[in-house]
Write a protein that binds this ligand. Structure first.
Ligand code: 5GP
Length: 178
């Protein structure tokens, strides 16, 4: 797998340090609110696992599955829910956990979908953000790292379902997907 990586952007240690900081901030903001964390599968599974262990308060977890219609370059913003919530979120303080925010279309759709279910509050925590690529406004309250416009893999993020198990976040060589 390493031979397909052009550059390591964040080492396992750097990610861990940032995740602990995020955990402390979220704990300070939500400590009496018993928040419900909703992880967006599959990309957020590693981040979610580390983040919840950095939270020093009661919380619950849920997962949702989403997929975009069409391929990446011609996404319409329509998102298909492939795995729905198994609990009622009405009145709950919800934090949506995402791996990467790119055009913003996925999270913008998901936020509307979840808001219709009347949570008490809803915030976004994304590990990575590519602000240059944004097509619709999305405002994550918590953000791990802002990154340049490059295709990254590792720490849960895939290309064609591979590379999710790399412990670091790296830029994939364009020759792999060209
Ligand atoms: P958006 O709807 O914001 O354009 O897309 C968000 C989704 O696109 C992410 O959850 C992720 O699945 C995928 N994505 C966007 N950029 C990257 C990237 O650099 N690497 C990987 N592996 N997935 C990405």
């Amino acid at each position: 797998m390493e031979k397909d990586i052009e550059q390591i952007l964040y080492s396992a240690e750097a990610i861990q340090e940032r995740v602990v900081e995020l955990g402390q901030t979220i704990t300070a903001d939500f400590k009496d609110k018993n928040p419900l964390l909703i992880g967006v599968l599959k990309g957020s599974f590693v981040f979610m696992a580390d983040l919840v262990r950095a939270l020093d308060m009661p919380c619950q977890l849920e997962f949702m599955g989403v997929s975009s219609y069409g391929n990446k370059s011609e996404t319409t913003g329509a998102v298909k829910i492939t795995r729905d919530l198994e609990c009622d979120i009405e009145g709950r303080h919800v934090i949506v956990i995402e791996d990467i925010l790119d055009s913003g279309l996925t999270l913008s759709y998901l936020m509307k979908y979840l808001q219709n279910r009347r949570p008490a509050s809803i915030e976004i925590c994304t590990l990575l953000d590519k602000p240059e690529r944004r097509q619709v406004e999305v405002h994550p309250r918590y953000k791990g790292f802002a990154i340049p416009d490059a295709f990254v893999v590792g720490y849960g993020l895939d290309f064609a379902e591979s590379y999710r198990n790399l412990p670091y976040i790296g830029v994939l060589k364009p020759s792999v997907y060209a």
